[in-house]
Design a protein around this ligand. Structure first.
Ligand code: NAD
Length: 470
């Protein structure tokens, strides 16, 4: 759907008007485009005491094509960057220095042991934030607090969440801020995630905390084909005929996967229209029908699948006192129980291969609850529970399971929302705008990457840092 306000405020007259009366000015977000390099420009590097991740960062910067400058907190960066052959220098503020604005700020806080050492974080962001470009990226790296050796270290690492989320709210201008907790031993498994959070693919993901664990037998980053990481993989996507599901099909196919799209029989034509240009396979099934899981497993039997994305979902909104039992049941059944039945069938038959990926689409309604959505929020909170409860069990087969929780995304589902509520949903986030289906799709594509073997049981919101459920 068109966001008329966003288009207006980005016209010369609209920009002048909103400036003079102090209205929010959503930025046109920088999204991935085939004719633009994904990584371009300067990254300013900062670090706390005894950083553990600079070496891994140097590899990422070298392979991605960024150049870097070191803030004075990261003196160790200079010899590393020199060793990796990266062009480098000292950070200078945009107004003073020769290098102008920076594309990203990266802070390695992994060595911080005590709250008194958080001053280095202040020094870095105090000095650099104003030099960050529009739609720039902030990534803070720490250690998972729950794995820290002492209460003081746990405290200081946990404090980084407040910092990162506040940076996202302060920075505005389409800038995102996210925190990666990288476990000991997983230092060299963060590249796919770092690339995602530094790239335009994460345009609408901000204020998130992701934990990266060391995964046994994780492939080395140097072996990935970064442009087609899903080459040779087969991906099943439910609800693929339109909206977010169609965007997921496109994103996974663009990364090299063969996509098998599922949607209800009445949407067959739209489903085929989505899959045809992707050379994908269209399967018309109602995922809620009792016989469907076995039929899908049988249809996929020969070749199996590597990726399952549970995207199909419906809403039937009414306050609970006015809700029919049928509306309650169908939302729970399609949004939650059908996923459980389908996964059970695919796992039992071995159709979902070892080392595979499951990603379920939840919602911020499932985190915060929502008036008139007891059925929907119950189903979407259940999706989160499922992901959390299944992760350990699936780890034995090296299968990861994660959820994405979209906020307000511009689709036919949200076009049905009454105008005033729709406008509020669009503006109540750090980006002051709704997201696009591609934003959810790219986030799912990242979670299916072979380099994300150490991310499981987690929920990543795609909500522009919505105020709801924050
Ligand atoms: P949409 O209504 O545009 O698309 C949903 C698709 O799922 C449709 O193609 C539909 O035919 C299919 N589907 C529904 N029931 C099915 C069934 N029983 N079997 C097979 N296919 C079925 O919705 P969307 O906005 O693209 O949403 C996609 C997912 O994202 C849903 O799970 C939704 O709850 C979730 N979500 C959306 C938003 C948003 O703002 N749009 C926000 C949070 C979460």
């Amino acid at each position: 759907m068109k966001d008329t306000y966003l288009n207006f405020v980005n016209s010369p007259f609209g920009a002048r008007l909103v400036r003079s009366i102090g209205l929010p000015k959503p930025e046109v977000l920088r999204r991935q485009r085939a004719d633009r390099p994904e990584f371009d420009g300067l990254v300013a590097i900062g670090a706390g005491r005894e950083p553990h991740l600079l070496d891994a960062l140097a590899g990422v910067i070298a392979r991605s094509g960024f150049t870097s400058v070191a803030h004075e907190s990261a003196g160790l960066w200079i010899p590393l960057a020199t060793r990796h052959g990266l062009m480098t220098g000292r950070f200078e503020p945009a107004e003073a220095g020769p290098h102008g604005r920076v594309a990203a700020l990266l802070f390695d806080a992994s060595g911080i042991q005590d709250s008194s050492q958080l001053d280095s974080v202040f020094a870095f962001f105090h000095d650099t934030l104003r030099s960050l470009d529009t739609c720039g990226r902030i990534v803070v790296l720490g250690r998972p607090p729950e794995a820290c050796a002492s209460p003081r270290q746990w405290t200081a690492q946990r404090a980084l969440e407040g910092l990162t989320r506040s940076l996202g709210k302060e920075a505005r201008r389409g800038i995102t801020a996210n925190l990666l907790y990288v476990a000991q031993g997983a230092e060299h498994e963060a590249e796919a995630t770092l690339r995602f959070f530094l790239s335009p693919r994460s345009a609408y993901v901000s204020g998130q905390v992701v934990r990266i664990a060391a995964a046994p037998a994780a492939p080395a980053a140097a072996t990935f084909a970064w442009s087609q990481p899903l080459g040779g993989k087969r991906a099943l996507v439910t609800g693929a005929a339109r909206g977010i599901g169609a965007a997921i099909a496109n994103a996974l196919a663009a990364e090299g996967a063969h996509v098998i799209g599922i949607d209800i029989p009445s949407a067959r034509e739209a489903l085929e229209a989505t899959l045809r240009p992707l050379s994908g396979t269209a399967l018309a099934f109602d995922i809620a029908a009792a016989e469907t899981p076995a039929q899908i497993a049988a249809a996929l039997d020969e070749s199996g699948v590597d990726i399952v994305v549970h995207n199909a979902g419906i809403t039937k909104d009414k306050t609970i006192a006015r809700m029919t039992e049928a509306a309650w049941h169908s939302v729970l059944d399609i949004n939650l129980s059908a996923q459980e039945r389908l996964d059970d069938a695919l796992l039992a038959a071995g159709t979902l291969r070892d080392g595979g990926r499951i990603v379920s689409v939840s919602s911020i309604s499932g985190i915060a609850g929502n008036m008139g959505q007891t059925n929907y929020a119950t189903s979407k909170a259940g999706v989160i529970g499922r992901v959390q409860s299944m992760a350990a069990q699936l780890a034995a087969r090296r299968i990861t399971i994660n959820a994405v929780a979209p906020g307000f995304i511009e689709t036919q589902m949200t076009a049905k929302i009454p105008l005033t509520i729709r406008e509020a949903g669009r503006r109540m986030n750090s980006m002051s705008q709704g997201g696009q289906p591609v934003d959810v799709a790219q986030t799912i594509a990242w979670l299916t990457h072979p380099g994300c073997a150490g991310i499981t049981g987690q929920v990543v919101r795609v909500c522009g840092q919505s105020l709801i459920g924050a």
